[in-house]
Write a protein that binds this ligand. Structure first.
Ligand code: HMG
Ligand code: MG
Length: 288
């Protein structure tokens, strides 16, 4: 099995979206450009959501158009057709759509039921197929793949069903999110037992938050199942505005060091020392 792993950097979006004080557009641009120079191949840098829901991402278009570096592929999140259309006016190379595996989280995060969320994603992807340039990629997120802050433990077969839906609609990658960061490795294993029956493992990514300090263990389990893409966030920035108490995505440096120590190569061969410098920049930007 391949010993090459990709770190999909989500800090400028998933990390910053949770910051309470508005981060200047120029800082968001500098952070993404710094991460691109490090050698990370793909960076999710903006979110075309309603600014009433996530005010921090209100400058999504300015951020994407402000980035001059072409060293990394830029991804942006879109919750609906309006967000998609706005995103496609910019030079993004990847669109991310999202859904949660529970009723409660969909209601809190996007003001709709699970059925409504599936319908919305379907409409969004239909529009994507109709209008996006052929080389723009499509990533689907599933949040709360093991635990939900509103509905409790999540049935693995439901996650598998939604992964199949996203993949079947046309997502070339499905990212499995432990949004609250409380998953235990055995829960991740049970969830993956189910999901790998529905979607080829090459199309799966792991998205672990580190609230419970088990993100690296959960990555190790996922590696055993064959996953080779993990979402990480510079300086461990983040949390989720609709998952109270959740800490950030697992820190990019921490995952880099862990994987290297376990004998893996990192896609794009990121510069470790430059990564440390960008982590300092990220902390400075958010005032930590
Ligand atoms: P709604 O209130 O049900 O719908 O929100 P609405 O259509 O009535 O829209 C509300 C207002 O927002 C309206 O403005 C719209 O025009 C505007 P008003 O008429 O009141 O002046 N609006 C928009 N503005 C800009 N861009 C748009 C847009 N859409 C509507 N695209 C909606 C429904 C889906 C819009 C809202 O719930 C929303 O934006 N939710 C997103 C919340 C969010 O971003 N959460 C975090 C995402 S991260 C995540 O889910 C987890 C993930 O990171 C993985 C993990 O960590 O595990 C992916
Ligand atoms: Mg996250």
């Amino acid at each position: 099995m391949s010993k090459i792993v990709e770190l999909f950097e989500v800090g400028p979006r998933d990390g910053l979206q949770n910051e309470p004080v508005f981060i200047a557009t120029a800082d968001k641009v500098s952070l993404t450009e710094g991460l691109a120079r490090v050698g990370l191949p793909r960076i999710e840098c903006a979110s075309f959501v309603s600014p009433k829901w996530v005010p921090q991402m209100a400058d999504a278009a300015e951020v994407v158009t402000g980035i001059t570096s072409d060293l990394a592929q830029l991804y942006a999140l879109a919750p609906n057709v309006r967000g998609l259309k706005d995103a496609l006016q910019t030079p993004v190379q990847g669109i991310c759509v999202f859904i949660a595996s529970t009723e409660g989280f969909n209601r809190a995060n996007t003001n709709t039921s699970l059925v409504g969320a599936v319908e919305r994603v379907h409409g969004l992807i239909s529009e994507f197929k109709r209008t996006a340039l052929v080389n723009v990629r499509l990533r689907g997120y599933i949040s709360c793949v093991t635990n939900c802050p509103y509905d409790g433990d999540v049935d693995p077969s439901e996650v598998a069903r939604l992964a199949e839906v996203l993949y079947g609609y046309g997502c070339d990658e499905v990212s499995l999110g432990d949004t609250t960061g409380v998953a235990r490795p055995e829960q991740v294993a049970r969830m993956l037992d189910s999901v790998v029956q529905s979607v080829p493992v090459q199309a799966l990514a792991g998205h672990f938050h580190d609230t419970g300090g088990r993100a690296l263990l959960n990555i190790d389990v996922s590696l055993e199942y064959g996953l080779r893409v993990f979402d990480t966030s510079i300086a461990g920035l983040g949390g989720c505005p609709y998952a109270p108490g959740a800490k950030g995505n697992v820190d990019t440096e921490k995952v880099y060091d862990h994987l290297k120590a376990s004998g893996y190569s990192i896609l794009g061969n990121p510069d470790r020392s430059a990564l440390g410098d960008v982590s300092q920049l990220a902390r400075k930007i958010v005032g930590k």
